[in-house]
Ligand binder design. Structure first.
Ligand code: XMP
Length: 520
């Protein structure tokens, strides 16, 4: 286990849907924390991790059931503050001598109000200003007897032990979820907890940058690193950071598959070469990609062709520069968090992320992943710290296969040309109306149908296109963006007037699920 040189907080995950939000709230408070599934948290792990405080997450299990998840008993003997949330509260009570019972009319889901007891504790500073506090509950079981040493500090109609604490041992346990949006003042509770635990809050992007640079130097030594730079935020921030650490021991390869947006390839290449002075190979392989995609209309076939060619091209250029010892990737923390599995034992599934699909296995290189500890918005903050332009850092995600998956059916150069122009007008509209940052992703798809129209006195027979814009938190689920009719009308008019080859504009109002964000 490599350990960052910061005060560390451990979140033991019991499988709640919102465990990641706990980490988000803490990172916002400049606290370094990691989420680990309960199965992996052994005594040895605790010794190595040496947390300054521990949080038990919520979870779907019932502590009453045999074999339900438990932290190791030794966690209570380490002399560090512990905060238990929902299932985390129940497991704490059960293990320390209290009792938990099944719902029977006392289950609580959704908004509830907690009222204070007479006694006050610092955990609740800034709470109960109006005599009660809105919280979000989601529990079937409830604590029916608190463990010895604990006192009650807040109750709700269905949770007499909504807030409990053992002040001598600094164990705190709450029935609700302070990490979710519907507990509006929840962050204050985390803030109080970490202050009580003595955290200084030393997790800043400036400190992270220095530490990451040192770690990269240590890992790489005088070896050579190669990086597939896509122009996306993650690979760009990783490349700039690694370049700052090891200079020209890094070579970036920008694989230009001819499926980029208008002027995108030129912009990426000039920014990294000229502004950052980064050794960059512009592998213009558009002819290769487009010729092999010629006549292909099946989405999976198209994706596979692009994936295979990408690897071949990348390997070719790696050989040309005489090989490399390390492959750099912009892997993020959500991709490396192991998920809790109740049946799978310790070897749980790891969501492995290959943003350069399949390369690490094939090329047998060690990975340099300097963003592994960061969430997406922390990567943006690091990009800002490294001086990347704000317009670049805030860009919408763009898929590896590029415009190929926004051009359902056969891909032709003509269609790509039309698509690029229409997309540029659409994004320009979104920016002009100040909507870009509210939207997770927006793009135009060119549809494989032609429709009849009339322009001036003449008949047209051109392509239809679909506009897509979604809001999302992580791309896993998404909702369509509710543009005004004025915006949609104005955009359709501009696209039809300014882009030859399109005579009909539609707006895609499918959410995900059941749709996906991309059309293919
Ligand atoms: P879907 O279409 O699956 O997309 O709802 C979810 C998010 O993932 C992006 N996406 C990709 N990104 N390589 C990538 O790097 C891919 O093959 C790929 N396919 C989809 C998509 O743009 C959206 O942000």
């Amino acid at each position: 286990m490599t350990m960052p040189d910061h005060e560390r907080l451990l979140i033991i995950d019991f499988g709640s849907q919102v465990t990641q939000l706990i980490a988000r709230r803490l990172r916002e408070l400049n606290i370094y924390c990691e989420i680990h599934p309960f199965q992996n948290v052994t005594d040895t792990f605790l010794d190595e991790f040496a947390p300054k405080a521990v949080i038990f997450s919520g979870g779907p299990a019932s502590v009453i059931d045999d074999g339900s998840p438990r932290p190791p008993g030794s966690v209570f003997d380490r002399g560090v503050p512990i905060l238990g949330i929902c299932y985390g509260q129940q497991v704490m009570m059960q293990m320390l001598g209290g009792r938990v019972e099944r719902g029977h009319g006392t289950a609580e889901f959704g908004r509830a109000y907690v009222t204070p007891q007479d006694r006050r504790i610092d955990l609740l500073n800034g709470w109960f200003i109006d005599g009660r506090e809105q919280v979000w509950m989601s529990h079937g079981d409830h604590v029916s007897k608190i463990a010895p040493g604990f006192e009650v500090y807040g109750t709700s109609p269905n949770a007499p032990y909504a807030i409990t604490a053992d002040m001598d041992r600094h164990f705190y346990a709450v029935q609700f979820h302070p990490e979710v949006h519907h507990t509006p003042n929840g962050k204050t509770l985390y803030e109080n907890f970490v202050r009580l635990a003595g955290f200084k809050g030393d997790w800043t992007m400036g400190a992270y940058r220095e530490q990451a640079i040192e770690q990269i130097r240590e890992q790489v030594g005088d070896g050579k690193v190669i990086c597939a730079l896509s122009g996306g935020v993650d690979s760009s921030v990783a490349a700039v950071l690694i370049h700052e650490a090891i200079g020209d021991q890094l070579t970036c390869v920008f694989v230009d598959h001819g499926l980029m947006r208008l002027n995108e390839a030129e912009e990426v290449v000039s920014m990294f070469r000229e502004h950052y002075n980064l050794p960059l190979i512009h592998a213009d392989e558009s002819e290769l990609f487009l010729s092999q995609l010629d006549g292909q209309s099946d989405p999976e076939t198209k994706r596979k062709i692009i994936g295979r060619l990408f690897i071949e091209v990348f390997e070719k250029h790696a050989k040309e520069i005489g090989g490399a010892d390390f492959l750099a990737q912009g892997t993020l923390y959500p991709d490396v968090i192991e998920s809790v599995s109740f049946s799978g034992g310790p070897s749980v599934t790891i969501k492995s992320h290959h943003n350069v699909g399949g390369l690490p296995e094939r090329m047998n290189m060690q990975l340099v992943e300097p963003l592994r500890e960061l969430f997406k918005d922390e990567v943006r903050a690091l990009g800002h710290e490294l001086g990347l332009p704000a317009s670049f850092i805030g860009r919408h995600p763009f898929p590896g296969p590029g415009l190929a998956i926004r051009c359902p059916g056969e891909i032709t150069r003509d269609k790509l040309e039309i698509l690029r122009k229409a997309d540029a007008v659409y994004i320009d509209q979104i920016r002009k109306h100040g909507l870009y940052d509210e939207i997770w992703q927006a793009y135009v798809a060119i549809l494989p149908v032609r429709t009849v129209g009339v322009m001036g006195d003449g008949r047209t027979y051109d392509h239809a296109c679909a506009l897509r814009a979604v809001t999302s938190v992580d791309g896993m689920t998404a909702d369509y963006y509710p543009f005004s009719h004025e915006f949609l009308g104005e955009t359709a008019t501009r696209i039809i007037n300014e882009v030859q080859g399109i005579n009909r504009v539609t707006y895609d109002i499918t959410s995900k699920p059941p749709g996906t964000i991309e059309w293919e």
